[in-house]
Ligand binder design. Sequence first.
Ligand code: S3P
Length: 174
Amino acid sequence: MPKNKNIILIGFMGVGKGSVAREVVKHSDYIAIDTDDLIESMENRKIKTIFAEDGEKYFRTLEKNMAKWLEDNVKNTLISTGGGFYKQSNLKKIGIIVLLDSPFDAIINRIKEHPNAEKKLKKRPLLSDLKKAKELYNERRAEYLKLADIVVDVTQKSAAMCSKEILKKVKKHA
Ligand code: S3P
């Protein structure tokens, strides 16, 4: 693995960044962190509460501060991010960017098939209106692709398969 380089997982809400990160950890010596989890623990409240109480703009400021902190302090780590974190201007400086890619309908079906589907939808304020979420997906996908150093199509692949592909591609990218 490249020394000092973080792996940053980006991709749309529900694409499976968390599950894939947990698999990468199983098959490598990476420690994984998650920007949403860090923000929630720092604020001691859930993302959906932050959105409801202080609005999306405030949440984006927290993400910006998090990005600066990651750049200055974190290395050799697998960083999974919220679906909008890719907008941070210093993303490239944080590490190798890996996009988990899948069509919108496949992502939504994946969530709906999950035993905790309702919880997964509820915790994401930007998925409450699926029509708007699809527009957001369409806006973002080209930007995700432009930014990514590595793209992994996760459609109909297990998290284990995706993690294998990521570790292989990251090694090659070094
Ligand atoms: C968001 C994605 C969420 C979370 C927040 C905003 C987005 O993370 O950061 O609700 O803008 O796409 P997940 O991608 O883990 O759902």
